[in-house]
Design a binder for this molecule. Structure first.
Ligand code: URP
Ligand code: ZN
Ligand code: ZN
Length: 467
């Protein structure tokens, strides 16, 4: 059974041309011009639309236990939201959480079974014994989990020390893996938090003042030095600050294999959001926090010069009011103490359109670069390419038909995530996802949902960090 997508403007990281795509089963079979329409099970006219590879988001926290809270989206709701936003593959964080990595991964697989799009896992390692270092090898080689997130922040909860980081980096290096680093100086931040609370500074805005960009820069630079000594590839997650980007740029200029992502909220929002009246600013409490406006110009420069290679969401949704039934807590638990506000924000449904509107349409990045940042490079860096991340013969037929001219307004009420707010509520943007195909099957058609829970598949990834 074949499907024909006709007359679309196909955009990949390197090409931009009008052609027809024939999908046979789950894969792209043919790309050509004037393909006859007869004999296909379905024919779609993509005239006037961009035909993009399905987005690849390598940073999500679905149904994620953060100790004090649990994210609001299940794999079912989060991946449906992702599909409506043009993302067809995500790599989600599985938390070790005091268990063996295998036990944690088994639990993650149980929850991820309801995914509507394709999913893969990273492991967050918080307790790294000699046995866990051994386990990392089989996770990479047998389970298709080549990436591990380590935290230099959240002492006593998620943080690991430099010696542990160094050991894990060497195991990753020798086995085709890569460490993903949350780079902030946790112990210093802890001092600042305690001082702020002692001074009676409890409002959400003190989340920002206690997590200075200088301490993101310090930790980024320390992580890079550790990776350099270990001769291991490194990926800095959710980079928000000029100081951190300067460290990445300096290392990359010397040929050190350091990679980094930023997120839409750091590109389009600033710390002014923390000045909102009342508790509303808690919606913007994520880590790292939103920064001063001057950091944004540096981030856009980094995206253009390839010192930043990926834009991912860090989708970590906690409801502002009540979490849905059965879910633990919301942002409200920090109403009297900013340090109790669950850290994280939603973003899966808006990543592509908001970056298209604010990046491509504003001439900050090219259309090819947009595809590279949201699909191709994440797929390459995280062991998913060429199955994912491009439109090519033999690749999975994960295809997004995108209208570059439609103007619409972002409203959480119209979203598919279970979270009850959007960071970009009320923003008018141009560029909208119209149709989405997952391995050849339509899952989104305008505002109609055609996918289903369990329609996604687990992707066993190959080596990571080797571009
Ligand atoms: O605030 C955030 N980013 N929460 C999710 C956990 C993390 O550090 O990625
Ligand atoms: Zn993090
Ligand atoms: Zn995260």
């Amino acid at each position: 059974m074949t499907v024909l997508i006709r007359n679309g403007r196909i955009v990949t990281a390197s090409d931009d041309y009008t052609a027809d795509i024939v999908v046979d089963g789950e894969r792209i079979h043919t790309i050509g011009r004037d393909v006859p329409t007869a004999g296909h099970a379905e024919v779609y006219d993509a005239s006037g639309l961009l035909v993009l590879p399905g987005g690849v988001d390598v940073h999500t926290h679905l149904d994620w236990d953060f100790g004090v809270a649990r994210t609001a989206d299940t794999f079912g709701t989060g991946t449906m939201a992702a599909a409506f936003g043009g993302t067809t593959t995500l790599v989600d964080f599985c938390n070790q959480d005091g268990r063996t990595p295998q036990a944690a991964l088994e639990d993650w697989h149980g929850r991820a079974a309801s995914a509507c799009i394709d999913v893969a896992a990273h492991l967050i390692l918080t307790k790294i014994s000699e046995q866990v270092l051994i386990d990392m090898k089989s996770l990479i080689r047998h389970d298709g989990v080549p990436t591990f997130k380590l935290f230099m922040a959240y002492p006593g909860v998620l943080m690991v020390d430099d010696a542990t980081i160094f050991k894990a980096m060497r195991v990753a290096r020798d086995n085709g893996g890569m460490i993903c680093m949350h780079a902030e100086n946790g112990p210093v931040i802890q001092v600042l938090i305690e001082e702020a609370l002692a001074a009676g500074h409890t409002a959400p805005k003190y989340h920002e003042t206690t997590r200075p960009s200088l301490m993101e820069g310090e930790a980024t630079s320390r992580a890079i030095k550790l990776a350099e000594l270990a001769e291991a590839p490194l990926y800095i997650v959710h980079l928000s600050a000029s100081e951190a980007l300067a460290a990445v740029t300096e290392a990359r200029d010397r040929g050190v294999p350091v990679h980094a992502e930023t997120c839409p909220h750091y590109l389009f929002l600033t710390k002014e959001e923390y000045e909102r009246p009342g508790f509303d600013s808690a919606k913007f409490v994520m880590t790292p926090p939103l920064r001063d406006r001057h950091h944004q110009a540096t981030l856009w420069r980094g995206l253009r010069t390839n010192d930043l290679q990926v834009v991912s969401t860090d989708h970590c949704p906690f409801c502002f009011n009540e979490q849905p039934l059965g879910m633990k807590y919301s942002k409200r638990q920090g109403v009297d103490n900013f340090n109790r506000i669950p850290n994280g924000a939603p973003g899966l449904e808006t990543r592509l359109p908001i970056l298209y509107d604010g990046g491509v349409r504003q001439d900050r990045i090219s259309l090819n670069r947009f595809v590279e940042l949201t699909a191709t490079t994440p797929a390459k860096l995280f062991g998913l390419f060429p199955r994912k991340g491009t439109i090519a013969v033999g690749s999975d037929a994960d295809i997004v038909l995108f209208d570059p001219g439609e103007t619409w307004t972002i409203r959480a009420a119209e979203h598919h995530s279970r979270v009850d707010y959007s960071l970009f509520e009320g923003r008018k943007i141009t560029g909208r996802v119209k149709k989405v195909f997952l391995r050849g099957k339509p899952v989104v058609d305008g505002d109609k949902w055609l996918g289903h829970e369990g329609g996604g598949t687990y992707i066993r990834r190959g080596q990571a960090g080797r571009l």
